[in-house]
Design a protein around this ligand. Sequence first.
Ligand code: AGP
Length: 610
Amino acid sequence: MCGIIGFTGQTEAAPILLEGLRRLEYRGYDSSGVVIGNGTKLTMRKKAGRIAELTKHLAASPAPGTCGISHTRWATHGPATDANAHPHFDTDGNVAVVHNGVIENYMALKQTMQEAGTEFRSDTDTEVLAHLIGRYYQDDLLSAVKAALAHVKGTYGIAVVCRREPGVIVGARLGSPLVIGIGPDGHYLASDANALAGYATQVVYLNDRQICQLDAESWVIRNQDLDTVDSPLQDIGQFLGIGDAELNGYPHFMLKEIYEQPETIANAMRGRLDDGDATAHFGGLNLDIKQLRSIDRVLMTACGTSYHAGMVGEYLFEELARMPVEVEYASELRYRNPPIDRHTIVLAITQSGETADTLAALRESKRMGHTTLAICNVVGSSIAREAEGGVYLHAGPEIGVASTKAFTSQSVTLAMLALYFGRMRHLSHAQGTEIIRELRRLPEVVRETLRCHDRVKEIARKYAHASSMLFLGRQYLYPVALEGALKLKEISYLHAEGYPAAEMKHGPIALVDADTPSVFLVPRGNVFDKVMSNMQEIKARGGPVIAVCSPNDRDVASLADDVIPVPDVPEYLQPIVVSIPLQLLAYEIALVRGCDVDKPRNLAKSVTVE
Ligand code: AGP
């Protein structure tokens, strides 16, 4: 995904755009650029590399003016170069565009234009749109944008300026988020409300196929027929979560978000645990008790870390609610078209609420008439608005590309949902009360778990240059094994695999050697002895073993090379506790390997393209 921010008002645009880009940099960071108008001309500055490069460039070559648009890129077409950075101009230099999304038919459009003599300066799909708008432009930018978009297949969130219409910004959205900001100094257009904190006081979200026009004094949203749309203004405060999008003294957002987890887990539960009825309550499910009681199966869909949380949810719903659950990668579900009966509910799990595959799977499920819910962290995001109901995580902005606090908040939320459904079925009041007691302990238990950090730091130094790493767990800890491997891969670039511990015998154990440590997730529980046997099998082949285990577990300590004790909790809450040392392990290994923890190569915070 990419980050977009535009401003038109009474003050110089450059500092506002740069600050907005800095806040959006987690959305994509291989290049960035601005174009700013001063009433007579448009000045563009753009650079490959981080926002800091653009900041230096602008300091050396200022771009004056009070109306501009800007972009931070996660490359979809063409490498990260100055030429491929956004904005992109049309041939006459009259129209400039920044774009988040993918124009799927750009090659055909480009070929047609090249045959007609248009010269292209970049490899991007976005430049095609700039030329199209330039071709349609006569005297009204909004009409030219609408005409150009009629040729486009794919997804877009765009901002457009025009030399001949000083002070005007046009925006349009299909599949990639856009929000208008209203503030004392002017009007804003951004891909994420967090970029507008401190500038805008109110926001209004665009829906798909809507187009908008802003200038210093006014703004308007129109539908496909260019009729004015009366969209409600909302206070920006509700879209900015706890722990603003600042480091607050931490070296990295990822570390800050790992240490926020006692608070974010408490926030996920705040006001939702009902001691009287020994159940949980949610204000936004938007389904009545009869509709909820008629559900007899859950289909969860997500990507990445959120998919792993869904796998935890599968074990939780099966144990606490005795409900069959299927968890599907959203990128598979959107095209698989599985038989889903009318008593199945589709539950999308997503931190950003903008992941393209998850949004598409949700829309396909709705199109088929299924009831859809979402667990989401970003208020007002596309998935949060398009699901029929859902539960917000209230975890605050998650800026680090590697998802941490969202995973534990998703897992807690799924535990509460499983309790809620379970108490509608077979869970007794006493059982519900016990589950609530254990949930209420979690923030303190997580705070205690974070004390393993120094031990993890030592282990990270010991194994940071391993050739590969295996993560092994059973039952509730199998999804955590996958999550631990993903965390390590995505921020330290060290290859890692997660497996159900017993699965090692069916081939992967061939990977085991002195340079391939195995991380075993082996706190006391029903399958403890089985996992200990798997550890023996690895040790017998000379593989180093790191064990996340219960406190003072002598059996484990006698076998493992390194141990990371974590507090004991019931097995259905172990995913939340055990995932924390794995987050820290990935973080510390990435530091030893000199990787950019918050902005790992090739990645972006939310994947809003297929
Ligand atoms: C997790 O660390 C990754 N950043 C990635 O797998 C992420 O979980 C995935 O892209 C899904 O994002 P979402 O939760 O915002 O939908």
